[in-house]
Write a protein that binds this ligand. Structure first.
Ligand code: E4P
Length: 218
């Protein structure tokens, strides 16, 4: 399972990257705004800065919603760095754009996926990644993890190259559940990644080992 971090915060990206387990970064316009990044050239520079920290794929989202605009924006984003993946919303013009990008060798991440049908359409259009939003479905009393399972079952029937990127992951059990289903990638905040490392028995056990060592070695 690839681990992406879902943030535009350079410090958090560095922290996750320093662990040695980071495979990429996802961003969205809300995450960029949270960091106070505004203006086309600043936004583009920020994507380059992220690419200079992490070795893997970096999703950069278009804000256009019409076909021509998505193509124009996506081509500029893709040219910024070889690791940029153009993030395109799941709308009709987005599907058309994904098909176009796919024919040009530009990699895409189809975002805002909330149903198996949307995932199927994006895969048929040739998306590199599809991003079903696990946490946001849970927020409206629908199982996000069940959606990952449905998409996985559908993709298992065919030979799509599209990778399932479990997005809107909020906590460690989302990561475990998605890994058990076989999602190719998960993206979540640093807190969800770090929480995977924590167990009270690990902390207690280490404390005892160090105390026993100190008894005879101090
Ligand atoms: C996906 O790529 C999105 O950036 C993200 O995972 C959304 O997460 P949220 O629902 O926690 O905002």
């Amino acid at each position: 399972m690839k681990f992406f971090i879902d943030t535009a915060n350079l410090e958090e990206i560095k922290q996750a990257n320093d662990l040695g387990i980071l495979d990429g970064v996802t961003t969205n316009p809300s995450l960029m705004a949270k960091e106070g990044i505004a203006g086309e050239s600043n936004i583009q520079q920020h994507y380059v800065n992220i690419c200079n920290i992490v070795g893997g794929d970096v999703s950069a989202e278009v804000i256009s919603t019409d076909y021509e605009g998505i193509i124009r924006e996506g081509e500029v984003l893709a040219a910024l760095h070889k690791n940029i993946v153009v993030k395109v919303p799941m709308i009709a013009d987005g599907i058309r754009a994904i098909k176009y990008f796919s024919s040009k060798g530009i990699r895409t991440n189809c975002t805002l996926i909330f149903s198996p049908g949307q995932a199927l359409l994006a895969a048929k259009a040739g998306a590199t990644y599809i991003s079903p939003f696990v946490g946001r479905l849970d927020d409206v009393s629908t199982s996000g993890v069940d959606l990952i399972a449905q998409i996985k079952a559908i993709f298992n029937n065919y030979t799509f190259d599209t990778q399932i990127l479990a997005a809107s992951v909020r906590h460690p059990m989302h990561v475990i559940d998605c890994a058990m289903i076989g999602a190719d990638v998960m993206t979540g905040p640093l807190s969800a990644i770090m929480a995977l490392a924590k167990h009270p028995l690990t902390d207690n056990g280490l404390e005892k080992f160090l105390a026993d060592y100190a008894k005879l070695n101090s």
